[in-house]
Write a protein that binds this ligand. Structure first.
Ligand SMILES: Nc1ncnc2c1ncn2[C@@H]1O[C@H](COP(=O)(O)OP(=O)(O)OP(=O)(O)O)[C@@H](O)[C@H]1O
Length: 437
């Protein structure tokens, strides 16, 4: 009995000593790690701003395994100490920003050793990943040699942790381990709007869907401008930054430039994408919400004309505006892939709105809230037109049953598109909650 209790005491004491030693080692490592990351932050804050990029279309590049090593998405310069420390990190813990933090190992597994590349952005590759829960996500790796890497990462997690909207590509997790910074986003299975507008091997987007997409994007931007506290200016609205989900619902992606704004309000360099940039911003260097409105106007014209700013979109628009004074006659610039199937009235209303957005004087441009209202009204009218058309068709079939001959063209003279290869599920439809459908 005595032997047993003395054994127990010895065992307990050894356990306590080991526990205390481990706690001290862990504390030392934690302090060491914090110091390292503080040094990293301050040096990255001196990083240069994002230069103008001239890529209006998708820059998706499939990288070979030799470019992206199977072990590591980008080269790691960490020493053994921090590698060892990484072993202590718990996977999938919720950080201060409220966004779950995943371990490097989890993401390595989810991306089959970083072999599932789906795109390449300015900051590094993007991978498709299947998490252990079965959820499919997109993992964006910030290249460590990217000038903005550290700053981008710190700010994006902080910023996106508080931004949630159904028309934004929401951040669902992140990883900061083994010298890597990764952002985990909702997976957008239908890719970018640019790929749908310009890729030959994709079904052309019909007119109905283009207006829905415009409203989705407008709602995402309205949230950033008027719903987020403090307000967020996107700074890089373009068709390759609009992503589509399985039901063709659009979301605004890539807050790269708004991240920059968070940390450096007085950045001197001109940033954004050539062709979408507000001329007023280029001359004054003052980026405002109305600069996002300008880029949104360019995007609306892309949806109408199916051409990029690099393909002379705005010259084309100005020529058409000379004849129509910006109000009617926009049919002449419409995308030939629509094959003439669009509602002329809707087209002219959307184009007139787009033309207001690209007004040289920012104060003459509408706000994102005004834009949401106009697009909502256009879609509301569409729904009531279709409803009336439905009533007409019902009475028509009733009349046909009574063997009365009626000219169908009289009832459907507008040429409203019927076919819809990209059918949006009504439950996911952004107008479903607003309109009586
Ligand atoms: N959440 C996502 N779901 C599905 N695919 C995505 C997602 N995020 C990015 N991608 C794909 O990866 C590509 C690169 O995305 P990324 O945002 O890094 O760069 P980009 O917007 O194309 O270019 P840039 O960095 O110059 O703005 C996108 O074009 C898209 O095809």
């Amino acid at each position: 009995m005595k032997d047993e209790s003395s054994g127990l005491i010895i065992g307990l004491s050894v356990g306590v000593v080991i526990g205390v030693l481990l706690a001290i080692v862990a504390l030392l490592c934690f302090r060491y790690q914090r110091k390292r990351s503080q040094i990293g932050n301050s040096s990255s804050r001196r990083a240069a701003a994002i230069p103008i990029r001239a890529n209006g279309a998708d820059s998706c590049t499939i990288l070979s395994d030799s470019t992206i090593g199977p072990e590591s998405p980008v080269k790691s310069g960490r020493n053994g100490m921090s590698m060892w420390l990484d072993g202590f990190r718990r996977s999938n813990v919720v950080s201060v920003s409220g966004i779950p933090e995943y371990s490097y190992r989890d993401l390595q597994k989810a991306t089959c050793n970083f072999t599932t590349v789906i795109g390449q952005g300015a900051f590094g590759p993007v991978y498709k990943a299947q998490m252990s829960t079965g959820e499919i996500v997109a993992v964006k790796v910030l290249a460590t040699d990217s000038k903005q890497g550290e700053k981008e990462f710190q700010t994006e997690v902080m910023l996106l942790g508080r931004l949630h909207h159904r028309n934004l590509v929401n951040l669902v997790g992140y990883c900061a381990e083994k010298g890597q910074h990764m952002l985990i986003y909702v997976y957008m299975s239908k890719g970018s709007l640019a790929s749908h507008l310009y890729s030959e091997n994709k079904e052309p987007l019909n007119w109905d869907l283009r207006v829905y997409i415009a409203l989705d994007v407008a709602r995402g931007l309205e949230y950033l401008h008027d719903g987020a506290v403090p307000p967020v200016i996107h700074r890089d609205i373009k068709s390759s930054n609009i992503l589509l989900d399985n039901s063709m619902r659009a979301r605004v992606a890539d807050f790269g430039l708004s991240r920059e704004e968070m940390v450096d309000k007085h950045a001197a360099n001109v940033r954004g994408t050539f062709g979408y940039l507000d001329p007023e911003y280029v001359s004054t260097r003052a980026f405002t919400k109305k600069s996002d409105v300008y880029s949104f106007g360019v995007l609306l014209f892309e949806l109408i004309a199916g051409r990029t700013p690099q393909q002379g979109l705005l010259e084309y628009v100005e020529l058409a505006a000379m004849n129509s004074e910006g109000k009617v006659g926009w049919e002449e610039i419409v995308d030939s892939r629509l094959e003439g199937v669009f509602d002329v009235q809707e087209l002219n209303e959307v184009a007139a709105l787009a033309y207001k957005c690209i007004n040289r004087l920012p104060r003459r441009r509408p706000s994102m809230r005004d834009i949401v209202q106009v697009l909502t009204r256009i879609l509301k009218l569409r729904h009531s037109r279709k409803k009336n058309q439905g009533h007409h068709e019902k009475s028509l079939s009733a009349a046909t049953a009574e063997e009365v001959s009626i000219d169908v063209d009289q009832l459907d003279g507008k040429g409203t598109p019927i076919s819809n290869p990209h059918r949006r599920e009504e439950s996911m439809d952004s107008t479903a909650d607003t309109f009586d459908v």
